[in-house]
Design a protein around this ligand. Structure first.
Ligand SMILES: N[C@@H](CCC(=O)N[C@@H](CS)C(=O)NCC(=O)O)C(=O)O
Length: 210
């Protein structure tokens, strides 16, 4: 088994945190996306979408998409469950993970990809060029992130973790999204005290430095 990773990139970090929580160790190789190694012929054979992470199984199957890789590990290493235990929990975790990804992670990504000079002609991941940045999307991403913070704050007013009383993949996605947003100066708003409390708590988990 092999994990195609890039240490500074947020999506692989989601999977590294997930693996760390379960105590899973897999040999990894770095695919330096700053050097555009994701577009090499060798890596395109592994993941034709030109993004990291990818998990290559011993039978040669290559699994892309962070949540799909996490699903694989959830099935092979059920303890501790990070995607819910029963039908209701699984649905609630899925709901909050999707919200964290769509409303949090993608908002941070929109601001980041459209702000950083290194992505001037590659404002979307997995493209070699011809996708210019749209400066207005930096502000839109920041505003979307602000809406996400407020929804998350309301949820965390009554819950220890994003999807309820157990740590889950939804915490990982929301945590990495907020950490990612920090790279373009998106900070937790002063009045979102529940988010700040939760973020500090997640930062202390050993998996946060995975
Ligand atoms: N939906 C994919 C997104 C993967 C993705 O966008 N990865 C980024 C790194 S965080 C990437 O590989 N970017 C390559 C690029 O910039 O071209 C997932 O969940 O794994």
């Amino acid at each position: 088994m092999k994990f195609y990773d890039f240490s500074p990139a947020p999506n692989p970090k989601r999977v590294r945190m997930f693996m760390a929580e379960k105590g899973i160790e897999v040999p990894s190789v770095q695919v330096n996306t700053r050097e555009q190694e994701q577009f090499s012929d060798d890596y395109k054979a592994v993941n034709p979408h030109g993004v990291v992470p990818t998990l290559e199984l011993d039978d040669g199957t290559c699994i892309g998409e962070s949540v799909a890789i996490c699903r694989y590990f959830e099935e092979t290493h059920p303890e501790p469950p990070l995607m819910g235990r029963d039908a209701k929990d699984k649905a609630v975790v899925e709901m909050w993970n999707r919200r964290s990804e769509i409303e949090g992670f993608l908002s941070a990504a929109e601001a980041f990809r459209n702000a950083m000079p290194v992505f001037a002609d590659r404002a979307l991941p997995g493209v070699t060029g011809d996708v210019p940045q749209i400066p207005a999307l930096v502000e839109r991403g920041k505003k979307s992130m602000d809406r996400f913070f407020r929804k998350l704050d309301a949820q965390l007013a009554d819950n220890q973790f994003v999807a309820g009383d157990a740590f889950s993949i939804a915490d990982i996605t929301a945590y990495v999204a907020i950490d990612f947003g920090g790279r373009v100066d998106i900070a937790i708003p002063e009045d979102c005290k529940n988010v700040a409390r939760w973020f500090a708590q997640i930062s202390e988990r050993p998996s946060a430095s995975a």
